[in-house]
Each structure stands twice: as C-alpha cells, then as structure tokens.
Ligand binder design. Structure first.
Ligand code: FES
Ligand code: FE2
Length: 354
C-alpha cells in the first residue's frame, strides 16, 4: 500500500487525548501512541518500545506527564522520543534507546500528524479548517472507524448524488439527482458543487439552516477536497428563489486518515458560531447526533460491503462504470495518484544519489 507520506493527517480530535491517558492508534499501518504532557502539549511517538518491542501505550504516564514508562521493564521515553530513564544496571541510557517522534500540531480542534520525514513538516501546509477553531465555533464532533479504504470514503463525500438513494429519510430528497452540479479544481484542491432547486428537505436539517420545517427551499452542498482525504462541506438553504447570502451557512468537515489499506479513521463535525451562545452549542450537539445516524447506519455498512466486494483488488483494475456524479471523485483520485507518484519518484532519485 502506498500512502502520501508528506502530508498532514488527522490523528485525533483534540479532546480524544486527555490528561494522564495514552491513546493507541494505527495510522498508515504504523502504530502510534498519543499523549499530553503536564503543560497540555500533545505528542505522538511510535508505539513500540525499542527494548523488546511491546506497545508503549500499555505503559503509563509518569514524571508528571513528561514521559511514558514502558510496562515491561520500565524504560521511560519523553515526548521527544528520547529515553530519559533506565532503571537497570548503572542507569546509563543506551544510545539506541529512542523511539520515533512524529510532528504533531493541535489546530482547528484536531491533532494533525505528519507521517513523512520530520524535517519536511511545515504546519503552514495544514489545510484550513478554521471553521472548527474552538475560540470562535461550537463544534459538534463524531468519530467512526470503517473497514473500508479511505479513498472509498472520499468518493462517498465527493459524490453526494447518493444521498437521494441511500439516505432518503435523513439527508436526501427527490430533488438531489436533478441538482445542478459543477466540478472545479484549483491546484491540488478539488471542489464538487451541488445546488438543488425547490425541494422539501428531511426534517432535522431545517433547524441547522434556521428555516421553518417543511418550507420549500433551494439548497447548496459544496464539497472541498484537499489531499490526501480531508473534506469540508459548505451547506445551506434559502426559501426557493432567494439568494444564497440570505441563508445560514453550515460547515461540516469530513476527515479521513487511513488506518490500514482497508480501514479508515473517520472524524466528522459540524460548527456553529460561538456568537450564537448556548443555543449554538446545543444545536451542534443535536445536529451531530442526527448526522451520526445516516453516517453510521447507512454509509458505513454500504462502504464496508463495497470493500468486501472489492477485496484487495485495485480500484481501477476492476474497471468501475463511471457516472456523471463521479467526476469530482475521479479528479481527486487522479490528483492523489499523481502526488504519490511524484513523492515516490523523488524518493527513488534521492536514494540513487546516495
Ligand atoms: S520492552 Fe520496554 S523496557 Fe523492556
Ligand atoms: Fe452518505
């Protein structure tokens, strides 16, 4: 399996890594342990003790949160990955007693991890999800783990023509397949734009869009994809015929990180401005609970069945039929394939020069 290595991936929601806790998570086939030190700074280390290779996540945080103590023989490792304590013999620390540290940045309510060489990690390259900045937004947060390839998840969000069929009672309506759609690309960013006309939406969406239930509306659902698999929905609705700026805009991130070649971590959210006060917080909670139902009971089983049917075969080798709604997903796949190919070519030429 080849992943894009020089990229920022979500490793966790900020709140998933609490004080005095070790979170074990496999990312891009690599076992990682996440924790916070006494100052609250989050760290990510390879989850493998260099002594006898047990997971460090089975140990405990010690020295005031400054180090993980291995559960087997007690070596301690700081957030830098360096061993800082050896309880055996003269206590000398062997030079090889260190574990890999992954660059980790807390931003937009997420912990972003860099899986490539640390010296290439540039936090400025983290995609803009400022719609989840906790200083200004109430963020409803959800998480699912899917037994499906992460690009199937991207396909799913970039082609929302499925909501009419897979989510008729929760997200879709008869108007979705008649929507006006448009594909845009700006550098490595792909947009899938969708505008429905004069539809009646599923009930719970009206509260998010501040409209009376049952009203006929024009709805927009614009999806932004940035590689490798981070998507942001900009959705909203206005009374039929009214311009978009009169509607309330909803931001809904869908963030995917491959766990393995056939499984994916999936973080989804919805944000409402802090200026709404407690009502915004309540709305974020209610909407995320409402959204989780179709995501968990409709999308998730469908994608897992899709993965089972595909097995370990390459997606393109199975010659999928392409429909009009696939345009953005196909474009995103091409961009990602190119980026991975470029990265591998650069790596190969660097190794040749050595
Ligand atoms: S396996 Fe970790 S200290 Fe021995
Ligand atoms: Fe869906």
């Amino acid at each position: 399996m080849s992943y894009l290595m020089n990229a920022w991936y979500v490793a966790a929601w900020d709140e998933e890594v609490g004080p005095n806790a070790l979170l074990a998570r496999t990312l891009l086939d690599q076992p990682v342990v996440l924790f916070r030190d006494a100052q609250g700074h989050a760290h990510a280390l390879a989850d493998r003790c260099p002594h006898r290779f047990v997971p460090l996540s089975k140990g405990r945080l010690c020295a005031d949160g400054q180090a993980i103590e291995c559960a087997y023989h007690g070596l301690r490792f700081a957030g830098s990955g360096q061993c800082v304590h050896n309880p055996h013999g003269d206590g000398k620390i062997p030079a090889a007693a260190q574990v890999r540290r992954y660059p980790l940045v807390e931003r937009h309510s997420c912990l972003w991890i860099w899986m490539g060489p640390a010296e290439l990690a540039d936090p400025a390259a983290i995609p803009d999800f400022s719609c989840m900045d906790p200083a200004h937004w109430h963020v409803g947060k959800g998480y699912l783990r899917a037994q499906a390839h992460y690009q199937l998840e991207t396909d799913n969000i970039l082609d929302l023509s499925h909501i009419e069929f897979l989510h008729p009672g929760t997200l879709g309506s008869d108007a979705v397949k008649q929507a006006t759609t448009e594909l845009r690309q700006d550098g490595h960013t792909v947009w899938s734009l969708r505008q429905t006309h004069d539809e009646v939406m599923p009930d719970f969406l009206y509260a998010a869009m501040a409209l009376p239930q049952g009203m006929r509306v024009d709805r927009w659902i614009d999806v932004r994809w940035t590689p490798p698999a981070n998507l942001l929905l900009d959705a909203g609705a206005t009374p039929t015929g009214r311009p978009r700026h009169e509607g309330r805009q909803n931001w809904l991130p869908h963030l995917f990180t491959p766990e393995t070649a056939t499984s994916t971590h999936y973080w989804f959210g919805i944000s409402f401005p802090k200026a709404m006060g407690p009502a915004g917080e309540q709305l974020a909670r209610q909407q995320i609970a409402g959204l989780k139902v179709p995501f968990e009971t409709e999308d998730l089983p469908m994608l897992e069945l899709q993965q089972q049917a595909m097995g370990t075969n390459d997606f393109w080798a199975q010659r999928p039929v392409l429909l009009s709604g696939d345009a953005a997903a196909v474009r995103a796949r091409r961009v990602l394939d190119q980026l991975i190919a470029q990265e591998r070519a650069t790596l190969a030429s660097t190794e040749t020069l050595r």
